[in-house]
Design a protein around this ligand. Structure first.
Ligand code: APR
Length: 163
């Protein structure tokens, strides 16, 4: 469990809590793009878009990482808690699809932010339960998984589950 800025994570893949356009935003999305530099936006723009959507909610896309230490950025889109249907399933899918992409690209380590716990309004304790139980699935046991939690509230929620 870590508390800190995910843009500094010394891992193979950093997960970005993005929106379906993959064109950047605020929160951790903004922080990752600022730290990675404009090459990251270029890499995102190269991802195929259908009606402006490059990454549907619950799915994940992988790009290079610009100036970041990491090899890859895995962009995933979490559910908007009060808008998207079945937010639990979609949040779990966002973690699962990110982990599967990391495995596909032979990553040994991956860092997650608290997906959907900011602008997308997911209740933090519920999000922590879903994140930790999805990541603890046996198919991901060979991956070193880190959670970079930027606020004390999110850190405490994850800490309760993974002492
Ligand atoms: N490192 C780690 N975590 C961070 C950082 C950072 N540098 N900056 C913010 N966070 C945390 C927030 O405190 C929150 O707990 O990331 C968590 C996710 O919050 P958001 O970034 O708001 O992401 P989300 O809730 O999934 O909303 C996604 O916000 O930024 C836009 O383009 C993004 O439209 C998308 C939406």
């Amino acid at each position: 469990m870590l508390k800190g800025d995910i843009t500094q994570a010394p891992v193979d893949a950093i997960v970005n809590a993005a929106n379906p356009s993959l064109l950047g935003g605020g929160g951790v999305d903004g922080a990752i793009h600022r730290a990675a530099g404009p090459q990251l936006l270029k890499a995102c723009q190269a991802v195929e878009a259908k009606n402006g959507i490059r990454c549907p909610t619950g799915q994940a896309r992988i790009t290079t990482a610009g100036k970041l230490k990491a090899r890859h950025v895995i962009h995933t889109v979490g559910p908007r808690y009060h808008i998207d249907p079945t937010p639990e399933q979609l949040l779990s899918l966002a973690y699962k699809n990110s982990l599967e992409l990391a495995q596909l690209y032979q990553c040994r380590s991956i860092a997650f932010p608290a997906i959907s716990c900011g602008v997308y309004g997911y209740p933090i304790n519920e999000a922590a339960e879903i994140a930790v139980s999805t990541c603890q699935h046996s198919s991901f046991k060979h991956l070193n998984i880190y959670f970079y939690l930027f606020q004390q509230t999110t850190f405490d929620a994850w800490e309760r589950l993974v002492p």
